[in-house]
Design a protein around this ligand. Structure first.
Ligand SMILES: Cc1cc2nc3c(=O)[nH]c(=O)nc-3n(C[C@H](O)[C@H](O)[C@H](O)COP(=O)(O)OP(=O)(O)OC[C@H]3O[C@@H](n4cnc5c(N)ncnc54)[C@H](O)[C@@H]3O)c2cc1C
Length: 410
C-alpha cells in the first residue's frame, strides 16, 4: 500500500488560481496499489498543470492566441510530449501506464490539455515506436520528445465509424507517393508538425489498400483547413486537412504499404485506454468541485453536504469514478504486460465515458442554478465529457467490439 501523500487539486479557486492541498493518496481518489513512483508522476503533472493551465483555463477556452501553445511548450519541457519515448531519443522511457496517468491528471484540470498529450503519446509516438523503422525513429522520435506536436489522421467526411472506407488516395510516382484527398476532425491539426495519415493505394482493395504515411506539415501540397467550433474540448484544435498532389517520399511509409489498417486498428485499441483516462480525469475534476461545493453552500441553515440525499449522490459518483478508474488502470497494465487487452480497452472507453457524462451532469445539478452558468467550472466539465462517447470509435462501435468478443467471435 502506498504511504506517500499525493497532491490533489481542490475545487476552490481564488483569483482564478487553483489551490493545492495534501491528502492521503488512498483516501478515495487513488487506488491503493499505485506505487510511490506512480504517485510522483501524478503529483508532478498535477502541480505543473495547476500552475500552468489552472489559471489559464478560461483564456484557453476562449482561444486567446498563444496561451494554449505556451502551455504546450511548457508541457514539452516537462517531458509530457514523449513520456514513453526511450531515453536514447530524449524521451522519458516510461511505460504506457505512466502516459495514462499523465492524461488523467491533465484532464482533471482541462480535458483539452489531456487530449493533446493523449494523441501525442498513445497514438502518434506509440505508432512510431511500434511500426517505425530505425531511420524513421531516429528522425522523428527526438523531435516528438522535444517540441513537435503529433496528429493522427484517419477520419474523413464520408468515413468515420466505417474508417476503412476512406477515399484519400496515394499513388506512387517515381520515388514519391502523391496523395490527394481530405481528412476531417483531426485533433492537434493546427499545432502539429508531424501527421500519421492514412490513405489508400487502391480504393477497390478495401482495407487491404490502406497505408500509413508520415507527413511533415511543410511537405508540398499539404495544408490545414477549417478549424471546428466545438461544444467541448474547445482548446484542442480539430481541423480539416487538405492534400492536393501532396508529395511524400517513399521512405515515409510507416510499416508496409497496404498494412495501414493493422496500424490503425492496433494503435486505436491502445488509444481507447487513453480516452478512458481522459474521461476519468474529467469526472474526477467535476466531482472534486461538486464535493467541495456541498460543504460551502448552505440551504435550510445547513451545508448541502449535511443532506443525506446529496451525500448519496456524491457517494454514487465517487463509486462510479473508482470503478472506471480501475478499469482504465487494468487495461493499461494489461497492455504493458503484453497480454490481449482489446475487450478491456473497449469496455474501458465505453464505461469511463458514460461515467464522465453522468458525473459531470450531476455536478451541475449539485451546483444548482450556479452550475448552469459559465461563472462556475462544472458546465465546462460536462461539455468536455461528451466527446468521450464519440472519438476513437463511438460507444456503439465499442459495443460492437465487446459483443463480438464476449459472444465468442475473434
Ligand atoms: C472533437 C473530435 C476530435 C476528433 N479527432 C480525430 C482525430 O484526431 N483523428 C481522426 O482520425 N478522427 C478524429 N475524430 C473523428 C471521430 O473519430 C469520428 O467522428 C468518429 O469515429 C465517428 O465517426 P462519424 O463522426 O463519421 O460518425 P458516424 O460513423 O457517421 O456515426 C454516426 C452514428 O451512427 C452510429 N453508427 C455508425 N455505424 C454503426 C453501426 N455499424 N452500428 C451501430 N451504430 C453505428 C455511430 O455510433 C454514431 O452514433 C474526431 C472527432 C471529433 C468530434
Amino acid at each position: 500500500m502506498a504511504t506517500a501523500t499525493a497532491s490533489i487539486l481542490l475545487p476552490k479557486t481564488k483569483g482564478g488560481a487553483f489551490l493545492i492541498e495534501e491528502r492521503l493518496p488512498n483516501e478515495v481518489f487513488t487506488p491503493e496499489d499505485l506505487t510511490p513512483e506512480h504517485l510522483a508522476i501524478a503529483r508532478t503533472v498535477d502541480e505543473f498543470w495547476a500552475k500552468e493551465v489552472g489559471p489559464n483555463v478560461e483564456a484557453i477556452q476562449h482561444h486567446e492566441p498563444g496561451v494554449a501553445m505556451a502551455c504546450l511548450r511548457k508541457a514539452a519541457e516537462l517531458g509530457l510530449t514523449g513520456i514513453t519515448i526511450p531515453e536514447q531519443y530524449g524521451g522519458g522511457g516510461a511505460k504506457f501506464f505512466e502516459a495514462i496517468l499523465a492524461v488523467e491528471e491533465l484532464s482533471r484540470v482541462d480535458a483539452s490539455a489531456g487530449v493533446v498529450v493523449d494523441v501525442q503519446n498513445t497514438l502518434v509516438n506509440n505508432a512510431l515506436l511500434r511500426y517505425g523503422n530505425a531511420e524513421q525513429q531516429k528522425r522523428y522520435l527526438p523531435k516528438m520528445a522535444a517540441d513537435t506536436v503529433g496528429a493522427y489522421a484517419l477520419s474523413e467526411a464520408g468515413s468515420g465509424s466505417d474508417a476503412f472506407a476512406l477515399q484519400t488516395r496515394a499513388v506512387l510516382k517515381g520515388s514519391d507517393y502523391v496523395i490527394n484527398g481530405r481528412k476531417l476532425w483531426i485533433t492537434n491539426g493546427k499545432e502539429a508538425g508531424l501527421f500519421i495519415l492514412f490513405a489508400t493505394l487502391d480504393p477497390t482493395a478495401g482495407y487491404k489498400g490502406i497505408t500509413a504515411f508520415l507527413i511533415e506539415k511543410d511537405f508540398p501540397g499539404f495544408g490545414v483547413g477549417k478549424k471546428e467550433d466545438k461544444l467541448g474540448i474547445r482548446a484542442s484544435s480539430t481541423c480539416e486537412l487538405i492534400l492536393e498532389d501532396c508529395r511524400v517520399p517513399q521512405e515515409n511509409v510507416l510499416g508496409e504499404p497496404g498494412k495501414g489498417y493493422k496500424i490503425a486498428i492496433e494503435t486505436l485499441n491502445e488509444g481507447r485506454i487513453g480516452i478512458g483516462a481522459q474521461m476519468i480525469g474529467v469526472a474526477r475534476g467535476a466531482w472534486e468541485f461538486a464535493a467541495k461545493y456541498t460543504q460551502e453552500r448552505k440551504q435550510f441553515g445547513k451545508s448541502l453536504s449535511d443532506f443525506q440525499g446529496i451525500q448519496f449522490q456524491i457517494a454514487q459518483m465517487a463509486t462510479e469514478i473508482e470503478a472506471a478508474r480501475l478499469m482504465v488502470y487494468n487495461a493499461a497494465r494489461m497492455k504493458d504486460a503484453g497480454v490481449n487487452f482489446v475487450k478491456e480497452a473497449a469496455m474501458t472507453k465505453l464505461f469511463a465515458s458514460q461515467v464522465a457524462e453522468r458525473v459531470t451532469s450531476l455536478a451541475i445539478e449539485i451546483y444548482g442554478g450556479y452550475g448552469f452558468t459559465k461563472d462556475y467550472p462544472v458546465e465546462k466539465y460536462w461539455r468536455d465529457a461528451k466527446i468521450g462517447k464519440i472519438y476513437e470509435g463511438t460507444s456503439n462501435m465499442q459495443l460492437a467490439t465487446i459483443a463480438k468478443l464476449v459472444l465468442g467471435g475473434k
